[in-house]
Design a protein around this ligand. Structure first.
Ligand code: PLP
Length: 644
């Protein structure tokens, strides 16, 4: 009998959930923001609360600030353990790279929770620097200024140099001249860092961020030249930080080790002539999105503690060998801090379904292939299902050829398609019973796989799935105590065939289909996509003018959970304004045009158009549901989508 445990295994939640996500015995997904199993949010209760409040429609992004807090504590804790364990003689400071999530609310949480660890900020543009200053990063925590810097960026950073602990990291050799020029003009002795190109490379998708040919960082000769310039000016002390970053999501720990050995050696050599305080090992700490614990692109073959141990150990060892003081270690782990804290909930609004049951039996004048095909269908059994599938492929091809040359009509073509699906469906029941996982079975599943239409935009909410094929775990949020008997893929409401979830967590390559439940009459079916907190929020785009989703932020304590903040998503008006449509006079302009084009628009019609324009402008950009819920229709999976 099917139990919640079967579903846990099927959806792999214990692997990718990292203790933050689980399923309870009611068959509902639960969130444990503090990883404490007695402090859970039952997602169905939360969905009910959102529905009952009637102020926000779905899709809704959930954020769990305490997950951010927990991740910052865990990362700082892992370094602190390693430092203690290895008797490392200096300290560790976390720095949050703003590019990973610039949303104000998220950044505020991170600054608040990071304060106890003296968390600093890394910015890569003047816009990010302005945002960091807007939220008042703590005075003595670091603001690491990376990226290519123009006059405004440099002057802004230098102007607040005495108010904040700003470090200007030279990424492009020529920048040193500008830094020194503006610093002189402003009477400031700058704090300088150098980003170095390493020979070592990362692994996974961002491998090109490291290595000799990387677009980032200084070569060894450029670094030496900068040190010479500083020495000549008698400000060698200005050089405070050395930095490298060989790419995000480094999936293989061997790459971390080799990069650490290389940078530690460079640090030690430089430290003999310059009083560098900080060694900034960049980001790259991976997140195991598919839960496979491998070096595949969406995974990681190491733990956080292993990472921290390797970083600390390599630096310690080389510093001992070279007899130089150990630096304060900085890491800029963004993905690892933010990925788990957010997810999106969306509802299914329909299903693209071929209705096999429309075919009853062949007619007397049907072509012979249809009759033979039908007979084969009757005969499929446990011993011959593969053979019958092969014959079905042939019938299908023959009927297709016959149609193309005009020997059969559309009716016959449709019958052939339906028979093919019916045969696959029957063969699959026998294949599943014996656990057949062959290529043929895979193809049958593909044929029968259905498209579940869900109310969200993949391009807005998890664009890296489209751009990089990254896996974000996507699962139904309830009914885990019922066996999911259907399978298919989830497609979004954009008019784009790339708007489809093509890989699902569960094994290392990502499964191609998701097991889903059949709709129940009048009941909503909710699905969620998890681990969206890193990069997705601001990389998301406005494809089809679908905007940011509403947000609900949730906290827990030992007694209860509660919504601590709601953030409204974009309205249609906001998006039109963003793309320069200037909606201030929009309604009047459209109305004027209506009247001009059709002199006889009467008062009633006028009012109706105006009211609808205003209502739509003010409304959510996503599909707004009406009373009709998805239903089973004829009992065979056909769904009547809600009336738009
Ligand atoms: N630091 C720098 C300089 C980066 O470019 C990045 C992102 O690529 C990061 C830190 C964050 O990396 P991650 O999110 O892998 O921790």
């Amino acid at each position: 009998m099917w139990t919640v445990n079967n579903a846990r295994e099927l959806y792999g939640i214990d692997n990718w959930g990292n203790g933050f996500f689980a399923a309870n015995e009611k068959g509902n997904v639960v969130i444990q923001p503090t990883r404490n199993t007695t402090q859970q949010v039952d997602i169905v209760e939360l969905i009910d609360e959102i529905e009952n409040a009637q102020d926000l429609e779905f899709p809704v992004v959930l954020r769990f600030p305490q997950i951010l807090e927990g991740r910052i504590d865990e990362i700082a804790g892992a370094f602190s353990n390693a430092i203690k364990e290895l008797n490392y003689t200096a300290t560790y400071r976390p720095v949050f790279p703003m590019k990973v999530n610039q949303r104000k609310e998220v950044f505020e949480y991170i600054l608040k929770y990071g304060a106890k660890h003296n968390l600093g900020v890394e910015v890569g543009t003047k816009g990010e620097l302005l945002a960091a200053l807007a939220l008042g990063a703590p005075k003595d925590s670091l603001i690491v200024c990376n990226g290519y810097k123009d006059e405004d960026y440099l002057k802004l950073a230098l102007s607040v140099h005495s108010v904040y602990n700003i470090i200007l990291v030279v990424d492009l050799y020529e920048e040193i001249y500008d830094i020194l020029k503006y610093a002189d003009e402003m009477g400031v002795v700058p704090r300088i860092g150098m980003r170095l190109k390493l020979f070592s490379r990362g692994s996974g998708h961002w491998v090109e961020s490291g290595g000799d040919a990387s677009k980032f960082g200084l070569s060894t000769s450029e670094a030496l030249e900068i040190m010479k310039i500083l020495k000549e000016r008698n400000i060698s002390k200005s050089l405070q930080l050395m930095h490298f970053h060989i790419g995000s999501q480094i999936t293989d720990i061997r790459m971390v080790k080799s990069a650490m050995n290389e940078i530690a050696r460079i640090y030690a050599q430089i430290r003999k002539t310059a009083n560098v305080l900080y060694l900034n090992v960049g980001g790259g700490l991976s997140v195991d999105y598919n839960g496979s614990q491998t070096s595949m692109a969406s995974s990681a073959n190491y733990t956080l503690q292993e990472y921290a141990n390797d970083v600390v150990y390599a630096i310690q060892k080389v510093c001992d060998e070279e007899n130089v003081p150990c630096p304060t270690i900085i890491s800029e782990s963004g993905r690892a801090i933010t990925a788990y804290h957010s997810m999106i909930i969306y509802k299914m609004i329909g299903k693209k379904d071929v209705k096999d049951n429309w075919f009853k039996e062949p007619l007397a004048d049907d072509p012979i292939q249809i009759k033979d095909f039908y007979e084969d269908l009757q005969q499929v059994n446990a011993d011959n299902y593969q053979e019958k599938y092969h014959s079905a492929l042939q019938y299908r091809d023959e009927l297709y050829d016959a149609f193309v040359v005009g020997n059969i009509g559309l009716e016959e073509r449709a019958k052939g398609e339906l028979l093919f699906r019916m045969l696959c469906r029957k063969a699959l029941t026998f294949a599943n019973a014996v656990g057949d996982d062959s290529e043929e079975v895979h193809e049958m599943k593909k044929t029968l796989s259905q498209k579940y239409i869900a109310n969200f935009s993949l391009f807005q909410s998890f664009p890296d799935m489209w751009a990089l094929d990254q896996i974000f775990p996507t699962v139904p949020l309830h009914r885990w105590n019922e066996e999911p008997t259907e399978y298919g893929t989830i497609v979004d409401i954009t008019c784009d065939s790339d708007g489809e979830v093509k890989h699902y967590a569960g094994d290392s390559d990502g499964r191609e289909f998701l097991a889903l439940h059949s709709y129940k009459d009048g009941e909503d079916y909710y699905v969620g996509t998890f681990l969206l907190g890193a990069y997705q929020d601001t990389l998301g785009d406005f494809h089809n003018l679908l905007g940011s989703a509403h947000e609900v932020h949730v906290m827990v304590d030992q007694n209860d959970w509660w919504v601590c903040q709601k953030v409204e998503g974009d309205t249609c008006r906001k998006l039109l304004d963003f793309f320069n449509y200037e909606t201030k006079d929009y309604t009047w302009d459209v109305m004027d045009r209506c009247v001009e084009n059709n002199q006889c628009v009467n008062k009633k019609e006028h009012e109706r158009i105006e009211a609808q324009l205003n209502k739509t402008l003010k409304g959510y950009t996503y599909f707004i549901e009406k009373v009709n819920k998805p239903t089973n229709g004829n009992g065979n999976g056909a769904v009547i989508p809600p009336t738009p």
